[in-house]
Design a protein around this ligand. Structure first.
Ligand SMILES: *[C@@H]1O[C@H](CO)[C@@H](O)[C@H](O)[C@H]1NC(C)=O
Length: 406
């Protein structure tokens, strides 16, 4: 257990905010219940269900739109509507609570989860357990998840290229999301079981994840040319809001969730790379210069002693970290951030390169699919063998030297 001294101002604010949200949500549920039971007396059940269903469908649509990029109108409230809504809230306008019941419920849920985290991590209510790892159990659980998802959600998607209208063969959005998800499950299980022997594999997966940050974000900005601050801010919020709340409620350092600042940093670098002089992105020389500049900048920042510290020192309050381990407690505050962000410092550029050449490779793959079966199979076997060989050389079970922080 870690210290649970007096509450920080952040924790206190969270608790006060949570109480208001909880009461508001319960109130909205009660209003909803009241309205429904009076409604039902007049209408038949099926009417109500239809309306509900319609609402639900339009919400799902909205969500999909958000995921794919552009902001929907509902998601970008103007200042006027924020003030109007706030005043409706303060006046306890009933329609406000019924309209926003789903949002209030989601906020209450997040608050509940955070309080659960606090109880587990900062109090003695639940005793601490030792993590224990058994390879068989680990593989068995992973296999179970694969089977369960295969049975319940296996679908064939056809993502179309916005250039040619043909469906994208490989690395379309559905595939990369799927890939991301499977790796996230592995990250979670790795930490849950403290599966140190999988360290190497996990490092490769984290690199793959950063690769996809480069790949996905490059494609998005290159094709859609949407450099609006609103969308960027929304993505930053999505990446960071949960970690920010965890830091506040658990009184933890941001650096303990290093994966988050790392993706935030690289996402920003990609945004900047494509955003600066974005009118000229289509010109090959400009893009080449940009990609080389990214590479050189990375070399200078991480490789030249002192540069990293100079650039980041104003943000030490955010990314600084004092290791409680007595052996490492004398290290500079920025050491952890330098080390963590440095582990995957080139792969986002590789991801951008792949995104840039994606249409060419896609064309090669199409030609491969159209070639005669014998040739097609040989080429595929060669590609898969090379990939497996690389995996075999990288992934072998490994005991990390920095065992203390996985
Ligand atoms: C950009 O990268 C972030 C961080 O990995 C990710 O959450 C987001 O989905 C990416 N955007 C696209 C369009 O791929």
């Amino acid at each position: 257990m870690v210290e649970s001294g007096p509450w920080t101002p952040g924790q206190l604010s969270f608790l006060l905010g949570f109480e208001v949200i909880l009461v508001s949500w319960l109130y909205s549920e009660w209003l909803h219940y009241k309205k429904r039971s009076s409604h039902e007396k007049v209408h038949s059940d099926s009417d109500v269900n239809l309306v509900e269903l319609e609402n639900q469908i339009s919400k799902e649509d909205e969500k999909a739109g958000l995921l794919e990029g552009g902001l929907t109108k509902a998601a970008s409230p103007t200042n006027a509507s924020i003030i109007a809504n706030l005043s409706r809230f303060l006046r306890r306008d009933e329609s406000f609570f019924t309209e926003n019941r789903a949002i209030l419920r989601a906020m209450a849920e997040i608050g509940g989860i955070l309080i659960y985290f606090y109880i587990c991590d900062r109090t003695d209510i639940f005793p601490q357990a030792e993590k224990s790892y058994s390879r068989d159990l680990f593989l068995f659980l992973y296999l179970l998840i694969i089977i369960a998802s295969g049975l319940s959600s296996l679908q064939k998607h056809h993502d179309k290229s916005i250039f040619t209208g043909k469906s994208l063969l490989y690395l379309n959005r559905h595939q990369t999301e799927e890939w991301r998800g499977w790796m996230q499950i592995l990250f979670l299980m790795y930490h849950y079981f403290a599966a140190t022997e999988l360290y190497n594999a996990i490092r490769v997966f984290i690199a793959a994840y950063v690769w996809m940050t480069g790949f996905g974000n490059f494609s998005y900005y290159y094709i859609r040319k949407d450099f609006s601050l609103a969308r960027y801010a929304q993505m930053m919020w999505r990446l960071n809001f949960f970690v920010a709340f965890c830091c506040i409620v658990l009184n933890n350092d941001y650096m303990l969730y290093y994966i988050c600042p790392m993706h935030t940093l690289f996402t920003f670098m990609i945004f900047a790379t494509l955003g600066i002089f974005n009118k000229y992105n289509e010109i090959k020389t400009v893009m080449t210069v940009k990609l080389i500049a990214c590479f050189l900048m990375t070399v200078v920042i991480w490789e030249v002693p002192g540069v990293f510290e100079t650039i980041w020192s104003p943000l030490t309050f955010l990314v600084g970290y004092k290791d409680p381990n007595p052996k490492r407690t004398n290290l500079p505050l920025l050491h952890e951030w330098h080390f963590r962000s440095g582990l995957d410092r080139y792969i986002w550029i590789v991801g951008m390169l792949f995104a840039y050449f994606h249409p060419n490779i896609e064309r090669l793959m199409e030609r491969l699919e159209e070639s005669e079966p014998r040739k097609r199979q040989t080429v595929k076997i060669v590609i898969v063998s090379i990939a497996l060989l690389a995996g075999y050389l990288w992934v072998p079970l490994h005991i990390p030297t920095r065992q203390a922080n996985l």
